[in-house]
Write a protein that binds this ligand. Structure first.
Ligand SMILES: Nc1ncnc2c1ncn2[C@@H]1O[C@H](COP(=O)(O)OP(=O)(O)OP(=O)(O)O)[C@@H](O)[C@H]1O
Length: 225
């Protein structure tokens, strides 16, 4: 699905990730851990081709896509949903329109998908907050909205960058539940996190592997995690 083959990435001459060979298999659930600045966000950006590997190769759905292939990248972005670390909402639009934005961007009239949107809002428990602007939502509501926006185009892969970073434990569990449910629907899930309790909670519910970034390499973490 997403395959790294001896892939690496450098910002200029600052090497961040190197010699990565691994696969995010269809339907798999994984966490990505590592100290702050280790390269977790960079790894996620390689997964949705916001960055291109500077060495080796990353294949998305069986093919290596060059940065110049705009149509292929747009197609890839429909298949890979992203929950960004800071949510990245447009604050002047109500949350329902923010969630529907990927439809608009892809030339789909949200009114054609009204039923889907309603079901999605219900799934993330935001039906009562549809008209609220993002700054008026709680942290948990924002994260649930970010998950809804990431999945509105029914992607095959969900990438989440610290989706529970600022949440209390109950709210973190609710966001985790959404991601576990998506995995049970067959989606590939990758969560970058510092939260070891979240990993333990997930492991009790799904078969999750943990990838750790250390000295620029991504390795499978031991069973202690
Ligand atoms: N646009 C950029 N240009 C140059 N260096 C960058 C850029 N973005 C990130 N870096 C550097 O790359 C390294 C990895 O950053 P990244 O954001 O991927 O780490 P992270 O593991 O996600 O960190 P955190 O857990 O703090 O979010 C850091 O040293 C960071 O300063």
């Amino acid at each position: 699905m997403i395959e790294f083959e001896q892939a690496g990435f450098s910002y200029g001459d600052h090497a961040i990730l190197r010699d990565m060979s691994l696969t995010l298999a269809p339907g798999s659930f994984q966490f990505l851990v590592g100290p702050s600045g280790a390269g977790k966000t960079t790894f996620l950006r390689l997964c949705y081709l916001d960055l291109a590997a500077t060495t080796g190769e990353v294949r998305h759905f069986g093919r290596s896509i060059a940065p110049s292939e705009r149509d292929a990248i747009a197609d890839l972005r429909r298949r890979v949903g992203v929950v960004h670390q800071d949510c990245q909402f447009l604050d002047h639009l109500p949350i329902s329109e923010n969630i529907a934005l990927p439809l608009t961007v892809n030339g789909i009239d949200p009114r054609e998908r009204e039923e889907d949107l309603r079901a999605l809002l219900q799934w993330v428990d935001l039906t009562a907050r549809v008209d609220a602007a993002p700054p008026l939502l709680s942290g948990g509501e924002r994260q649930r909205a970010a998950v809804a926006r990431a999945v509105i185009l029914s992607p095959d892969v969900i990438l989440a960058d610290e989706p529970t970073g600022n949440l209390d434990w109950d709210m973190a569990q609710r966001v985790l539940t959404l991601l576990v449910e998506l995995n049970r629907m067959g989606k590939t899930v990758l969560i970058a996190t510092h939260d070891l309790n979240l990993i333990r909670a997930a492991k009790a519910r799904v078969q999750a592997r943990v990838l750790r970034i250390a000295q620029g390499r991504v390795q499978l973490a031991g069973a202690d995690l």
